[in-house]
Design a protein around this ligand. Sequence first.
Ligand code: IPD
Ligand code: CA
Ligand code: CA
Length: 263
Amino acid sequence: MTPKEKEDLLRFAVNLARKAGTITLDYYGKITDVDWKEDLSPVTKADKEAEKWMRGRIRETFPDHGIIGEEFGTENPGSPVQWILDPIDGTRSFIHRIPLYTTLIGITVENRPEIGVIYAPVTDELCEAATGLGAKYNGRECRAGSAKDLSSATLLSTDITTIRQEGLFEPFSELLDRVRLHRTWGDAYGHMMVAAGRADIMFDPVLNIWDAAALMPVLQESGGLFLDFRGEASINSGHGFSSSRHLAGEVLDVMARYQRNKL
Ligand code: IPD
Ligand code: CA
Ligand code: CA
């Protein structure tokens, strides 16, 4: 893919995320019906409408491309270009009328995460990146922070319950003891905060491919890292964290000490 083709795809993905996010705003604060999926996560009409709309636009514009979406599964699985969609990341926030939810679009080319867009419709914050082309946060350069050690770091997570359920409370607890501040500005919004230099580590114990695909290009192009807890740059591991490059080693040391046999 040439840089121009990549830039064009990024522009399309940014417009798609903005429009899908705007669809969710029509339902924000008005949700009365919530369905619970097999994995016990909630879904609303807004999640489904936003994903349906994105799928329709991708299908009519790029009929050969593949789609993996949280709510409606897989199309064209053999295509080298895959659109990976999470219409509302942070549905629990969305349902509770907390503005920190996002629409996520990742694009992989031959399994490499190449493009990522994170859009928070309520706060109108947008992070976009394509490999080799840099990252932007609200149209300006997006740079991950420069905290040099844990003692000056702000650590984010979505919640503590899931961390405990995944057997990761011990290493997380060590991180809590060593950082300056912990907040739960979580889900993909937390990863965007790390990319934009407003927080230093976002710890995520459970990630599906649609949670992770947009994050990796955004973090890498911001000068940060998105890694799984073994230190691999993967969107398929089921867990991971974002951080500045300086801090990733310290996080991985903590994880390795507690998790040698578990991850
Ligand atoms: C959730 C968020 C959360 C992650 C969960 C996901 P949803 O997504 O991405 O950060 O830890 O595993 O289910 O359901 O709000 O799109
Ligand atoms: Ca999600
Ligand atoms: Ca979702």
